[in-house]
Design a protein around this ligand. Sequence first.
Ligand code: GLP
Length: 244
Amino acid sequence: MKIIVTENFQETCKLAADMIADVIRKKPDARLGLATGSTAQGVYPFLVEANQSGALDFSRVNTVNLDEYVGLPPEHPQSYRRFMDENLFDHINIDKKNTVVAKGTGDIEENVKEFRDALAKKPIDVQLLGIGVDGHVGFNEPGYVLYDGAHVEELDESTIDANARFFATRDEVPTRAISMGMGDILRAKKLLLLATGENKAEAMKGLLLNEELSAQNPATLVKTHPDVTVIIDRALAKRVGYIQ
Ligand code: GLP
């Protein structure tokens, strides 16, 4: 596991965007695994800028997103499909037919199957990851077991609390999501896990301070990956106790 401590969140995002751009330049038809949430949101403006300045071409790139809320249609302001369109896809020269975000409404079992089929088509060249306050990656929540493939996940109360900031009331936050499984994530060729914010300190301790793998902190499983880079800013790294 390669761990990079940056001066601040901006530097984290720039570095992550540069690493993703590097994958695309080496492989113009790369498959990107993408993430939502405020952390990933900081990365996309750098990719948009690179594309708009002519330095990065997305015309042959295809993408697959980690997860989607069950119950939110694509046009809902908090759906992850809408998030991706607004933060990235609408501003770059990607063909939206080549972007996969699981469908959160309709026949959910069928949507999971469709998502599984999409994942099986092509390996992910680089997977961008944030981390939940409880250590979730994608929406793989802590528990006794973790899942290999795409599935429906019941969201933890702490996840609902954390994501309530995006909704008018806590009651509007969906309680379930379709998520890639831990196996899907670990099968990506390269992982980039970004962490920022004091509320991630407990989860990051499990990742950075010991060798334990725990289903109670799903992010710890990325330790087993042969090509994982964790990017964390100085403030959080100090809080975790990873640096003085
Ligand atoms: C969300 C997403 C995750 C994301 C995490 C952290 O609920 N499903 O993929 O990494 O929680 O989000 P944020 O970056 O907003 O703290």
